[in-house]
Design a protein around this ligand. Structure first.
Ligand code: SF4
Length: 456
C-alpha cells in the first residue's frame, strides 16, 4: 500500500459526486409512470423463479420519527402522534396482500429488513403485528437474516426481546457523532450513554451483530471530534460500522437549509475527517469492505466478502442475494434483477393507491440485456474487487470504459486487460469512481471530465 500522503492526493483528485451504486442504472435515470401490469408480470415471473431456490428478500420502510435530524435525507414523516402506526400497518397489510396474489407459492422469507424513518417509533406490540402480517402465511428460510434499524434513544428491551423471538439477530443503530455541539446543531441529542445502553441491551438479549452508522462531514465536526467519537464507539466493539459521507443537498433536503454553511467542513477538511476515521478503524481491527463500510473479521459481512458471496442492493452491502427484493411501504424500492420499481413517495399517495386496491409503484426501470451485463460488472467490482469481461461487450467497453481504466491504471488504482480488471489495494478507496467507468448512462450523458482528466 502506498503512503497516506499519496493517498490523500488521490482522494482530492477523485473527490467528486459519484453514485453509491446501490442500483444500476441509478435512480435519476429511472422513468416516472411505470407500467404496473408489466411490473406485476416481471415480479410474478421472478418470484416463481427464485422463491424455491433462494427464498426472497423483503424491505419494509417505516417512515415515522419523533423529531427531525436536520442533516437527514431519508423519506420520513415527523410526528409525535403514535396513532399513525395503525393506519400505516393496515396499508402495509393491503400492499402485502396485493403482492401475495401474484405469488403462486408460499413465500420463503430469507432476508427481512425494517428500515426508516425510525422503525423503533412503532411500539413492540405493533412491530409484532407487522411481523405477523408478513410471516403468518410465509415460510421462514432456515438461513434467514432479519435485521432492523434502531434509534438508540427509543429502542427498548421490549422491542429487542420481541424482535429476537421473531428471529432478528442484527440491529443497526444510528450513532452519527457523539460530540454534544455537533449533536445540537444536527438536532439529534443522543448521549453516548444511550448508545452504550442500547448496544449492551441488544447483546444481552442475544443479537449477534450490532452495527453503527457514523457520518463524516457534518457541521462543526473536526478531526479531533471525529477521533473522540470513533475512540468512544469502538470501545463498544460494533460488529460493523458504516462511515458515511454527509451529502449536503439543501435544494432537496429542506432541513439542511437550517445549517450555516460556514459550519460545514471544507472539502479538504472533510477528506481529513474520513482519513482519520478510516485510520482509527483499521488500527482497531476493522476491515475495509468497500464503499464506506467496515466490519470486524468475525462479522458475516467480512466472511461473505472473503467467500465471494457479498451482494449490494438498496440496503447497502448484504450477505444474501436472493435475486428478488420486494420493498413494502412508502418510497420503498423493489429489485427483480432485471427491473426496479419504487413506491409512491408521499404517505397521501401511498395510502390512496393501496386503499384503491392498486400496487403503489410509481417509478422504475426495466433493464436491457446490456444494462444487466454492466450492472453485473459494477456489482462484481463493488463486492469482489474484480470482474471478468464478456467478449460480446468489448466494443462498448473499448468505446466507454477502457479509456477510463487507462487513466485509473496510471494512478495505480486498477490492473486491467481485455479479459478483466482488478482493484489494487489503493483502488479500494475509490470503488465508486471505478464503478462509474462502467456506468454507460453517465458516460453517454456527459463525459466524467472532472473525475478522470485532472492530473495529480
Ligand atoms: S436521521 Fe433517522 S431519525 Fe433522524 S429524521 Fe432522519 S430518518 Fe428520522
Amino acid at each position: 500500500m502506498e503512503s497516506e500522503a499519496i493517498n490523500s492526493l488521490l482522494i482530492r483528485k477523485y473527490n467528486q459526486p459519484v453514485p453509491r451504486y446501490t442500483s444500476y442504472p441509478t435512480v435519476p435515470y429511472w422513468k416516472e409512470g411505470i407500467d404496473k401490469e408489466q411490473w406485476k408480470d416481471i415480479f410474478a415471473a421472478k418470484f416463481s423463479e427464485q422463491n424455491h431456490v433462494n427464498g426472497i428478500s423483503l424491505y419494509i420502510h417505516l417512515p415515522f420519527c419523533e423529531s427531525l435530524c436536520t442533516y437527514c435525507g431519508c423519506n420520513k414523516k415527523i410526528t409525535t402522534n403514535h396513532k399513525v402506526e395503525e393506519e400505516y400497518l393496515l396499508a402495509i397489510e393491503k400492499e402485502w396482500l396485493l403482492y401475495r396474489k401474484l405469488m403462486k407459492q408460499t413465500p420463503i422469507i430469507r432476508e427481512l429488513h425494517l428500515g426508516g424513518g425510525t422503525p423503533t417509533f412503532f411500539s413492540p406490540v405493533n412491530l409484532q403485528r407487522l411481523l405477523k402480517i408478513i410471516l403468518k402465511y410465509s415460510i421462514i428460510h432456515p438461513k434467514h437474516e432479519f435485521s432492523i434499524e434502531g434509534h438508540p434513544n427509543n429502542t427498548t428491551i421490549g422491542h429487542l426481546k420481541m424482535l429476537y423471538d421473531a428471529g432478528f439477530r442484527r440491529i443497526s443503530y444510528g450513532v452519527q457523532d457523539n460530540d454534544p455541539e455537533v449533536q445540537r446543531i444536527i438536532n439529534r441529542i443522543q448521549p453516548f450513554e444511550n448508545v452504550k445502553q442500547a448496544t449492551e441491551n441488544a447483546r444481552a438479549v442475544g443479537f449477534t451483530s450490532v452495527n453503527f452508522d457514523l457520518i463524516y462531514g457534518l457541521p462543526l465536526q473536526t478531526v479531533e471530534s471525529i477521533e473522540r467519537t470513533i475512540n468512544q464507539v469502538i470501545q463498544l466493539k460494533p460488529d460493523r460500522i458504516a462511515f458515511y459521507s454527509y451529502a449536503h443537498v439543501p435544494w432537496t433536503s429542506k432541513a439542511q437549509r437550517l445549517f450555516d454553511e460556514s459550519h460545514l467542513p471544507a472539502a479538504e477538511e472533510k477528506i481529513l475527517l474520513y482519513l482519520k476515521g478510516k485510520e482509527l478503524l483499521m488500527k482497531n481491527g476493522y476491515m475495509d469492505i468497500g464503499m464506506d463500510h467496515f466490519a470486524l473479521p468475525t462479522d458475516d459481512l467480512y466472511k461473505a466478502r472473503e467467500e465471494g458471496k457479498l451482494h449490494r442492493n438498496f440496503m447497502g452491502y448484504t450477505t444474501q442475494n436472493t435475486g428478488l427484493l420486494l420493498g413494502l411501504g412508502v418510497s420503498s424500492i423493489s429489485d427483480a434483477g432485471n427491473a426496479f420499481a419504487q413506491n409512491e413517495k408521499t404517505l397521501h399517495d401511498y395510502y390512496a393507491s393501496v386503499n384503491a386496491g392498486n400496487l403503489p409503484v410509481t417509478k422504475g426501470f426495466i433493464l436491457s440485456e446490456e444494462d444487466v451485463a454492466f450492472r453485473k460488472y459494477i456489482l462484481n467490482i463493488s463486492c469482489k474487487g474484480e470482474t471478468e469481461f464478456e467478449e460480446k461487450h468489448l466494443p462498448l467497453l473499448e468505446k466507454y470504459t477502457f479509456p477510463k481504466l487507462n487513466d485509473l491504471a496510471k494512478d495505480k488504482l486498477v490492473n486491467w486487460s481485455k479479459q478483466g480488471m482488478m482493484l489494487t489495494a489503493q483502488g479500494h478507496y475509490f470503488i465508486r469512481n471505478i464503478c462509474s467507468a462502467f456506468d454507460l448512462f453517465l458516460l453517454r450523458a456527459e463525459p466524467l471530465k472532472q473525475v478522470f482528466s485532472k492530473a495529480i
